[in-house]
Design a protein around this ligand. Structure first.
Ligand code: HC0
Ligand code: SF4
Length: 573
């Protein structure tokens, strides 16, 4: 530990602390725009300036290491004036149409302009003129709002291992985007949206599809069915100022009913169905010398990553469709037949924490009934907007249940939304199927936690099954390289495209850098899902009575011919 003096007070901090970290620990909120801990520590925005005794110039605290006896001043006139000037310069080249901006009230630049007391912008100069990139089915990029902080570039490269966006041109013409001014759809972007959730301003956002859903709801000929992903319930409340980690499952179901959906179903039901299909697929591969390791296939960002960057692993992917696609397919086949509705009149909306699901839903092969399994995907943020547009007072809604039959789910399915959850859910079922005995303990702590890569060995009957779990495509890449080089061997791997899993998906509510300093928001959302699992009466997918019923009535058994036709897919190299 070393001692530093911040604004007249001594503070002990570890030797590797930056001045910014020390100040934040001292309870001083230094303004930042480009900083993202461990990911983008570049000192680009120059808002975190401080005065250091003995130094002539002001220093960017985010990249300044602390040293013994350092005397730091964070609130002098010189510091305040310099920060304000730098913020005005950023604002002078920023498209300030705040009232129509997607990030109105959720913009870190807007908040800092208010906090630093900006009332005039003295330098109204030329503005960067670039066209808005709407080529991607998932993400819209508006360079006129970009502040060149580099957060998206760093996340895409360092966390996701993708690197399809970077700084282009020089000086005043500098911009961020794909190479040669291409659109995001023309490069190998995986649509994960991690650039979006880490953008401090409105330069990156999801492709909004709310109007398509209003149109379907207003069409009396359409039977409009909605389903919600596991991770949405752990974060939707944040859009209505509930504390991070508040579970709002019941209010969400109530809000969807009030929005006018004919049926409110739960993707969790299909997560249970996935466990049946994927669990039996794993057992088949283990018994019959099938391709191993088998790798989960529910995260569409990861699937696109695999197609572009690791096509040699495509045969390792489970052939299961992702749960929401399975549910879409079940709605337009089983449910349509049972209720005498023509699938052409059914409109399926998926509420997902994910931007990549917008792309996934458009894949032509995902159309078991002859029509797309899922018609429109909205993010958690878009659902929040719809609820506000409808004037629904979310806080005061009662808790309601999902609709029968496709709303029934278990604790196993809800933890799909956090890294390790699909693996744990699969183990709960596969272990009981293999041994024929009830598990004494159904929690598999080995695969819990937010580390990028987790490994475990679990005895299942007479084999020790070797498992690995990776979250973020960057970590998936590291894991797969080890497998390729023969340095590691597994039977089953879970991969989720986003760091932490879907709870931190690209479609989830924005969490500012400042809030992240004080709260582990990913862990809080994850814990909300583990709490929901614990609160469920049935916690294993194969014990879901509605899953048993759908096999009896429709599919016969897991991996049957009919199940393959409706619930599975294929990958093209
Ligand atoms: Fe996920 Fe899913 S768990 S990918 O992370 O498997 O997006 O929440 O909906 O489909 O169930 C996201 C979350 C899902 C799917 C499920 C899976
Ligand atoms: Fe990179 Fe993902 Fe953003 Fe595409 S969506 S640019 S892959 S971070």
């Amino acid at each position: 530990m070393i001692t530093v003096n911040i604004d007249g007070k001594d503070l002990q901090v570890p030797e590797n602390y930056t001045v910014l970290k020390a100040c934040r620990e001292a309870g001083i909120n230094i303004p930042t725009l480009c900083f993202l801990e461990g990911i983008n520590e570049v000192g680009a925005c120059r808002l975190c300036l401080v005065e250091v005794e003995g130094q002539r110039t002001l220093k960017a605290s985010c990249v300044l290491p602390t040293s013994e006896g350092m005397v730091i001043k964070t609130n002098t006139k010189r510091v305040r004036d310099a920060r304000k000037l730098n913020l005005e310069l950023i604002l002078s080249n920023h498209n300030r149409e705040c009232t129509t901006c997607d990030r109105n009230h959720k913009c870190e630049l807007q908040r800092l302009a208010e906090e630093l007391g900006i009332r005039d912008i003295r330098f109204e100069g030329a503005k960067t003129i670039r066209s808005v990139d709407t080529s991607s089915p998932s993400i819209v990029r508006d360079p006129t709002k970009c502040i060149l902080c580099g957060r998206c570039v760093s996340v895409c490269e360092k966390v996701q291992g993708v690197s399809v966006i970077g700084f282009r041109d020089r000086g005043f013409d500098t911009t961020v985007g794909p190479i040669f001014d291409k659109g995001l759809a023309e490069v190998a972007c995986i649509n994960c949206g991690q650039c979006v959730v880490n953008c401090p301003v409105g330069a990156l956002k999801e492709k909004e599809n709310i109007d398509l859903v209003w149109e379907a709801l207003d069409n009396p000929k359409k039977h409009v069915v909605v389903q919600t992903a596991p991770a949405v319930r752990a974060a939707l409340g944040e859009e209505f100022d509930f504390p991070i980690g508040t579970r709002v499952t019941g209010k969400m179901a109530a809000a969807l009913r009030r929005l006018g959906f004919d049926k409110v179903f739960d993707t969790d039901f299909a997560a249970d169905l996935t466990i049946m299909e994927e669990g039996y697929e794993l057992l088949n591969r283990l018994k019959n010398n099938g391709k191993l390791p088998m790798i989960t296939s529910c995260s569409p960002g990861w699937i696109k990553y695999c197609e572009h960057y690791h096509p040699e692993f495509l045969d390792n992917l489970s052939t299961c469709k992702s749960p929401h696609e399975m549910l879409g397919a079940v709605i337009k086949t089983y449910y349509a037949e049972k209720n005498g509705i023509d699938p052409k009149d059914i409109f399926v909306v998926s509420i997902m924490p994910c931007t990549a699901k917008k792309f996934e839903a458009k894949r032509e092969e995902l159309s078991a009934s002859g029509y797309q399994d899922v018609d429109v995907v909205l993010t958690t943020r878009e659902l929040g907007k719809m609820i506000k547009q409808a004037g629904i007072d979310f806080m005061r809604l009662p808790d309601e249940d999902f609709d029968e039959v496709l709303g029934e789910s278990t604790g196993a399915s809800v933890i799909f939304g956090v890294t390790g959850g699909v693996m744990e859910a699969a183990l709960r079922t596969v272990a009981e199927v293999v041994t024929g005995k009830k598990l004494e303990k159904i929690e598999f702590e080995e695969v819990r936690g937010l580390e990028g890569i987790k490994e475990a060995e679990i005895p299942l009957g007479d084999i020790n099954v070797k498992l690995a779990v990776a979250n973020s495509t960057g970590c998936a890449n590291a894991l797969l390289e080890k497998v390729k080089k023969g340095e590691a061997e597994y039977h089953f791997i879970e991969i989720m495209g986003c760091p932490g899993g879907c709870v931190n998906g690209g479609g989830q509510p924005f969490v500012s850098d400042l809030v992240r300093t004080n709260e582990n928001y990913i862990l809080k959302r994850a814990n909300a899902l583990y709490e929901e699992d614990e609160a469920k009466v049935i916690r294993k997918s194969h014990e879901n009575p509605m899953i048993q019923k759908i096999y009896e009535e429709y599919f016969g058994e897991p991996n049957s011919h009919k199940a393959h036709e409706i619930l599975h897919t294929h990958y093209v190299k």
